[in-house]
Design a protein around this ligand. Sequence first.
Ligand SMILES: [Fe+2]
Ligand SMILES: [Fe+2]
Length: 196
Amino acid sequence: MNKAIRIIHDEHRSISAVLSGLKELALAARDPKVQPEFAVFHAMIHYIDEFPERLHHPKEDNFLFARLAERAPETRPLVEELRAEHVLGAKLVRDLESALLAFEVNGVRDAAAFDAAVNAYAKFHWEHMRKEEKQLMPLAERHLTEADWRWIEGAFAGNEDPIADLRERDFADLFRRIVGLAPAPVGVADRWRRSP
Ligand SMILES: [Fe+2]
Ligand SMILES: [Fe+2]
């Protein structure tokens, strides 16, 4: 596996880890006796909103997808479909935020709707990542040249872009914050309090 594809895979694994944790906690929060800490939900949704938008999708849209569409015009419909999913994903995160807000304001009667929104988003995003890994990446490996990969890897490394480098570190910090805020076994914080 080349370096650029490994970076995309690693970023998918980070997004998946947050999505799995979010699913588990949204389900746990449906229990009327549980008193969830909403800070962890906010941090997780912030991550799945900002990380793809600021760091992950630009790598795909501007470099990997762009070069593949140039080299192999027959891949354009797939590339366009994935790009459209990036736009749709950002809208679905807004729905997730509204569902969280309703849950926070109205309490447990809106917990099931939040859980449903989390599951819908996670399913959408997993299918998107699977499509990239199973369909797009094999095509990229087939059609891109060594020089293309060097160009893509150079852009991903962000060596000449200190802002991109700072962003990488910010997201690593946010990821650690999520682990610190999430109750065990998702993270390392104490389990949520339960009313008697
Ligand atoms: Fe993507
Ligand atoms: Fe992706």
